[in-house]
Write a protein that binds this ligand. Sequence first.
Ligand SMILES: Cc1cc2nc3c(=O)[nH]c(=O)nc-3n(C[C@H](O)[C@H](O)[C@H](O)COP(=O)(O)OP(=O)(O)OC[C@H]3O[C@@H](n4cnc5c(N)ncnc54)[C@H](O)[C@@H]3O)c2cc1C
Length: 321
Amino acid sequence: MRKGNHRNKQKKVKNMNDTFLRLELISEVRLERNVPLSRLTTWRVGGPADALITVQSVSGLIEVMNLLSENSIPFVVLGNGSNVLVSDSGFRGGVIRLSGELSSITAKGTYIEAGGGALLRGILRESVDSLLSGAEFLSGIPGTLGGAIITNAGAFGKELTDILFEISTLSSRGEIISRKEIEPGYRHALIPEGEIVVSAVLSLRRSSRKEIEKTIAHCVANRRKTQPAGEATAGSVFKNPTEMYAAELIESCGLKGLRSGGARISEIHSNFIVNEGTATARDILCLIKNVQKIVKEKRGVDLEPEVKLIGFQNVEEVCGV
Ligand SMILES: Cc1cc2nc3c(=O)[nH]c(=O)nc-3n(C[C@H](O)[C@H](O)[C@H](O)COP(=O)(O)OP(=O)(O)OC[C@H]3O[C@@H](n4cnc5c(N)ncnc54)[C@H](O)[C@@H]3O)c2cc1C
């Protein structure tokens, strides 16, 4: 490495360390160094984050964002890690997680207001307890409200925009923005890139506990039949192309059970990739690339990943596919 480059790298590391030390002083912010992200993702892969920054309040989040952007420290928000593939080398910078006030859940009349870090499971529980119907389709989606807003999560013919009343975000300029006009669309981000979902309001309708629980039981039974239960996956890997199912395309190319290291295309649902226990992020990425290549060759369709990649430098070079 040339001397100048080496000095620049040292300066960057010092700047990052100084910023992390200042972040530790903010109240309602917890900072942990070198945290393996494999523990925080449902695929159970991913190297360490330089810092895991757990933020408990909106004011804390604003301070964190100001410090990170003033010092040009890269950051990413992680929800429940159920729709991400984190690289084996991890993430150089800060990984932000929302908790406390930022993951609270409150029912008000027929509305439920929840923080961006609130688990969908918790929102569903609140809807049952408050006798509110409309969120049942979320059962079995292991994410947070923030993560669900990034993909307009959906199942059983319904999607988040069907029940979304308002979203509040923090912009990269440190402003809180509230939006009620939300453009629906299949698995597309409902907010501009770079903004963080602070909270959202869902609009539901009154129903009986019996009816709500019946719909949830139907959704759960359907998932048990059609998805690999209890295995390390990230749900559907690819978006469904227009008027086609990605799973059917993959299956029609004979790819069920295809492997790359410790990663395998599920025999139960061809759009799921299972980590058999020893998979690396590279194994999973190479399997994704290989499926894309074969489906393009055999069926002429470009499959677009639904999962988000975190921490990869040169995706195209990783597998050479
Ligand atoms: C078994 C299984 C079944 C699944 N079934 C479904 C399904 O039926 N339908 C479906 O749509 N999905 C499904 N998924 C995928 C996943 O659970 C959803 O996409 C979920 O909404 C992701 O939420 P998360 O909190 O885990 O997001 P993460 O995976 O943590 O993050 C996803 C993206 O959102 C960003 N993000 C997270 N929080 C915020 C925030 N507060 N502000 C800004 N950006 C943020 C991240 O940076 C990342 O880009 C399934 C996954 C699994 C493992």
